[in-house]
Design a protein around this ligand. Structure first.
Ligand code: F6P
Length: 323
């Protein structure tokens, strides 16, 4: 089985991009090690402070952010980083070619129950100007040169796209290397599985309520088939399932915070996952258009997300068009 670095070199990617992806993989191995130590190394529980989103940070959110930040800024390939856990961007090396936006530990409410979590990353081209600013990050998802996630589950896995399909790598703990285990990930066009936090149902907009009601009506309803539901509460794990066996994932707008467009963040959740899903033959939309076409306005911007098997995403978006 091919090692990550050899596989990236075989694709003839720019050497700095290979080094950058390799650096993220090394940070992921370090994070995985801390996670495996769990309660033994005192890393569980709350850090007793809030991030820029007003969410209480877990100790491992802070540790993972510091690790990724240190590895990335020490590599000379990164011009700047934007993290879920940092209010502002952090500048890197002056002449480096890439910007990285990341969520160091997605699904962190799962940390204390020893369930799946992950690191999500999006890589963009850096500007050629002398200084780097927040505005340089505000590029549509279509501009991403690479995107992926590291899933910390029963196996540690890396899902990656550099714009030419999606590959999955599994960490071989004996040799400390990510090895290529799936070369060409394909999401089936149709599905009978959906992922959504049903406890918010009464707060969704009417089209989303109608869509999910029709799924729940099963073979006797207008969709004419029975659906299964799954919700891990970590986007990285729910998207991983969709890359493995198809499905629909949605985190729609809801009226708990009417002025907020959704819960998930565009730059380091929706965009990288959107690129992975599209590269695997699926579709990634808000309720009105493709996620990757959104012109970001701020680095911590939120968006509604509907992604997965193409025909199911089209069906769900259709309810929004017709209402
Ligand atoms: O980043 C936010 C996140 O943890 C996602 O990974 C996940 O899909 C979602 O929130 C879970 O939300 P909820 O708490 O509503 O289940």
């Amino acid at each position: 089985m091919l090692r990550l670095r050899s596989q990236l070199q075989a694709k003839k990617l720019p050497p700095d991009l290979v080094t950058l992806i390799d650096t993220i993989a090394i940070a992921g191995k370090d994070i995985a090690f801390r996670l495996q130590q769990g309660a033994m190394s005192g890393v569980l529980g709350s850090a007793e402070k809030e991030n820029v989103q007003g969410e209480t940070q877990k100790k491992l959110d802070v540790i993972s952010n510091d690790l990724l930040k240190t590895y990335l800024l020490e590599s000379n390939t990164v011009r700047g980083i934007a993290s879920e856990e940092e209010e502002n961007i952090v500048a890197g090396h002056d002449h480096a070619k890439y910007l990285v936006a990341f969520d160091p530990l997605d699904g962190s409410s799962n940390i204390d129950i020893n369930s799946m979590i992950g690191t999500i990353f999006s890589i963009l081209h850096a500007p050629t100007t002398e200084t780097v600013s927040q505005a340089d990050f505000l590029q549509p998802g279509r501009n991403q040169c690479a995107a992926g996630y590291i899933l910390y589950g029963p196996s540690v896995m890396l899902a990656l796209t550099t714009g030419n399909g999606v590959q999955m790598y599994t960490l071989d703990q004996r040799i400390g290397e990510f090895l290529l285990t799936t070369d060409h990930v394909v999401i089936g066009k149709d599905t009978q599985e959906f992922a959504i936090n049903m406890s918010n149902q009464r707060s969704w907009a009417v089209p989303m309520q109608n869509y999910v009601n029709d799924l729940l009506a099963g073979s006797e309803g207008p969709r004419g088939k029975n659906y299964n539901m799954r919700w891990v509460a970590a986007m990285v794990a729910d998207v991983h399932r969709i890359l493995c066996r198809g499905g629909l994932f949605a985190y729609p707008w809801d009226n708990r915070e009417p002025k907020t467009p959704g819960k998930l963040r565009l730059m380091y959740e929706a965009n990288p996952m959107g690129m992975l899903v599209e590269q695997a033959g699926g579709s990634a939309w808000t309720d009105v258009g493709p996620i990757l076409d959104i012109q970001p306005e701020t680095i911590h911007q939120r968006v509604p997300v509907i992604l997965g098997s193409i025909n199911e995403v089209t069906a769900c978006v259709g309810y929004h068009k017709n209402n």
